[in-house]
Design a protein around this ligand. Structure first.
Ligand code: SF4
Length: 136
């Protein structure tokens, strides 16, 4: 479930959405990203129709072009230059978040990993009070 753009959820509202999607907590608030390592620009890029390559569609700096291969020399790990990241297809690549494991069934498609035998999703542990994790 994706939190609505620009909407601030009360705890009651968030709890209701969480009953539908136990992973709603990841989407409820923007994620602080300034200076944090993000896979974009190294193993993940955003490409426009004309081939312009950027690390992601939030940071306008161009890395090069897909069709002439000029972007390749610019690929390297680099921290996020923005204060926050508020879109799943962006913050899912933050190395400070466990989302490659959480959404191992499809990182961009937001498909959760299947729960281990005997486990289920729960909210309110570990990384953040609103971040869901597996529990047994
Ligand atoms: S955290 Fe978001 S805004 Fe920052 S570099 Fe990664 S995808 Fe782009």
């Amino acid at each position: 479930m994706n939190a609505a753009e620009g909407h601030t959820y009360t705890d009651t509202e968030a709890a209701e959405w969480t009953t539908l999607d136990p992973l709603f907590g990841y989407s409820r608030h923007p994620h602080r990203s300034a200076g944090l390592p993000c896979r974009t620009g190294a193993s993940v890029v955003s490409v426009d129709g004309d081939g312009t390559v950027r690390r992601c569609h939030f940071v306008p700096t161009e890395l090069g072009n897909l069709y002439d291969g000029s972007y390749r020399a610019a690929l390297r790990p680099r921290p996020c230059p923005l204060a926050v990241c508020d879109c799943h297809i962006g913050y899912v690549h933050l190395e400070s978040l466990p989302l490659y494991d959480v959404f191992a069934g499809g990182v961009l498609e937001r498909v959760p990993a299947p729960p281990p035998p005997g486990a289920s999703w729960s909210v309110g542990h570990t990384v953040s009070p609103s971040i869901p994790v597996w529990s047994r």
